[in-house]
Design a protein around this ligand. Sequence first.
Ligand code: ZN
Length: 265
Amino acid sequence: MTAVWVAAALVLIGAIAWARCVRSPRPPPLPEAWRAMVRALPQACCVPDTLQARYEQRAEAFLRDKRFVGCNGLVVSDQMRVTVAGFAALLSLRDEATNFPAVRSVLLYPAAFLVRHDEPDEFGLVDDEPVEQIGESWQGDRIVLSWEDVEAALAGDAVNVAIHELAHQLDDEQPWSDGAPAMADYTRWSAVMQREYERLRRHRRPPVLDPYGAESPGEFFGVVSEAFFQRPVELRRHHAELYALLSDYYRLDPATHPPQWLPAA
Ligand SMILES: [Zn+2]
């Protein structure tokens, strides 16, 4: 791996959410209605028949093993649980994929939430002003999501905060968080990702990728994973090599079977 992908790390720790969270009970045994919901996830239309059973099993495992917590008064519904589990399953279709072992909880807020970071920035300064976030990924613990923004992704928004934060968790399964999830051979991954990362950093108005991806290799992996599921046709057109890399990694081809978005709620 090249130095930049090894050295640049994303650390999202020390966050304090300004809200009171209430544990929701574990979901009941999964009914057929759940299977219908997980199959109905717009982004799941690209799951081939050969991977359909695995997709449902991975979603079921996520639902079984993770605790969902409603925050700021949000009552977590089955649809919310199944939607997040479906996104987790979409990122876990590789033979060797694990069930996000570090994630114990999924915290859901009704909408964007305020967070105070007490970690010093690159200049050693601590800014104690709360900032608004739509999602967070805590290493070795949890992901935090704004449900309003998860719903926007179901309706076709270019941002998919669930995919983004779960991609960070895949990244964090390595000892280093550098935009490179676990895999046997990094030769192709490092070459393509570094080339595309540098391209995004140079581009003032990128046509597909969120400029936020230029923040670090870790954020780049989150942003390109979002684009892969939310704007697959455009990603393939403008970044064919990157699209092919992600298609091989996630074992999906969403540009060939693009999502039919749900009407916005
Ligand atoms: Zn991020």
